[in-house]
Design a protein around this ligand. Structure first.
Ligand code: ADP
Ligand code: MG
Length: 394
């Protein structure tokens, strides 16, 4: 069912309550290291302000305060940064609910912006049973509700999903969520073929669901990073002391057998950089005893690039090596550099993958970098997200 969008809402003279994802990384002095999540909300914010609302009330979580307020996880630095980006004042509320906040919300000058304090300072945000009144007090602040927090749309929390029920016919998605869906939904529905998927990162079990759901839709699968070792082991190739949980091997076996049945090619590393900084080929004896596989090797990158050239659509999640520790960033760097100039539609999801790409200054060269790592993977796994399901039908 199609959901309400920002442009379907009448906002003039209304108090617009919008959930955003301002969960930005902060330095210990409270300064913001990367404001891209704040920038990602600007299109919706500007669109709402054009409609002359009574007030725009923004709300977000930051970090994991677990229901207790603390100075370090205050959203105040985000209010300051947003105000700089917009060139207009952004008031900071002392809390997310309560009489003081209600007064600020109803007596503001027309068209002003108020940022509520970290929602997770209240236990009711993540667990409504612990603070049943939280949801209603929050909803009381607005006349219409907008969700633009794609990065939190896979969570069924008070502000991301449950609150929508208190705005019947008045709960819409913002432009960031709309944009994310416009890139991610076609991957499940009608990707331009051939569609190739690259999966790296660390845990097979947490990504097995996505892999299984994607198998029927794709034409080739590349598995690198820590994800590769259970697959290599499942094929009888020794993995030395590399990251490889025993329980992940049968999962890898199952994926390999489904792929075989469907004649879907799975490309695994053919050489590996070990923690001794040496490269070993996997053609003869596999990874030697005592070696820890840290990165895919240069032969693998070459072989994968050759195959990736034929793809029309590529989805990439997970670095193919321990990119945080040079020289084990080389595989990820070379793959990212190749994908940046590829003519295919290249979509990347995942916090670490995007950090690696941004660190190389290649962000703008990709078709789409999803702002939600977990959310984009869950969307590909299940085809929907609780924060979007909860919105009003069109
Ligand atoms: P994303 O955040 O993009 O979804 P993940 O969180 O799944 O990615 O995985 C990123 C992590 O995987 C990084 O911390 C990286 O160091 C780790 N990783 C990559 N390759 C290996 C490897 N060969 N062995 C152990 N860890 C790895
Ligand atoms: Mg990660």
């Amino acid at each position: 069912m199609a959901k309400l969008k920002l442009n379907d809402l009448s906002m003039q003279g209304k108090r617009v309550l919008m959930r955003v994802d301002f969960n930005v990384p902060l330095r210990s002095d409270g300064s913001i290291t990367d404001d891209s999540r704040i920038r990602a909300a600007l299109p919706s914010i500007r669109r709402i302000l054009e409609q002359k609302p009574a007030i725009l009330i923004l709300m977000s979580h930051l970090g994991r305060p677990r229901g207790v307020s603390n100075h370090k996880e205050s959203l105040a630095p985000c209010a300051k940064r947003l105000s700089e980006l917009l060139g207009q004042p952004v008031a900071m509320a002392p809390d997310s609910i309560g009489t003081a906040v209600e007064a600020l919300a109803s007596h503001a000058a027309p068209g002003s912006i108020l940022l509520l304090e970290n929602l997770r300072f209240h236990p009711g945000e993540e667990d409504p049973e612990k603070e049943p009144e939280f949801l209603e007090k929050l909803a009381k602040l607005g006349d219409v509700y907008v969700n633009d927090a794609f990065g939190s749309a896979h969570r069924a929390h008070a502000s991301t999903a449950l609150i929508a029920a208190l705005f019947p016919g008045r709960a819409a998605m913002g432009q960031l969520i709309e944009k994310e869906l416009s890139f991610l939904a076609p991957l499940l529905e009608n990707p331009k073929k051939p569609f190739h998927v690259i999966i790296g990162g660390a845990k097979v079990s947490s990504k097995a669901g996505v892999l299984k759901n994607l198998l029927p839709h794709i034409d080739a699968l590349y598995i690198g990073g820590g994800m590769a070792f259970p697959f290599l082991k499942a094929k009888g190739i020794p993995v030395g002391s590399s990251l490889c949980a025993n329980e992940d091997v049968p999962i890898a076996e199952e994926i390999l057998s489904v792929a075989k049945k469907n004649s879907l090619p799975i490309y695994l590393p053919i050489d590996i950089a070990g923690s001794n900084k040496e490269i070993t080929s996997l053609f003869s004896d596999g990874i030697p005893d005592g070696w820890i596989g840290m990165d895919i090797g240069p032969e693998t990158v070459d072989a994968w690039e050759e195959k990736l050239k034929s793809a029309a659509t590529i989805f990439w999640n997970g670095p193919v090596g321990v990119f945080e520790k040079p020289p084990y960033h080389i595989g990820t760097r070379d793959l990212a550099t190749f994908l940046a100039v590829s003519r295919a539609t290249v979509i990347v999801g995942g916090g670490d993958s995007i950090a690696a790409i941004e660190g190389l200054g290649l962000g703008s060269r990709f078709t789409h970098l999803s702002t939600g790592g977990g959310a984009s993977l869950e969307f590909l796994e299940f085809g929907h997200l609780p924060g979007i399901d909860a919105l009003s039908d069109k």
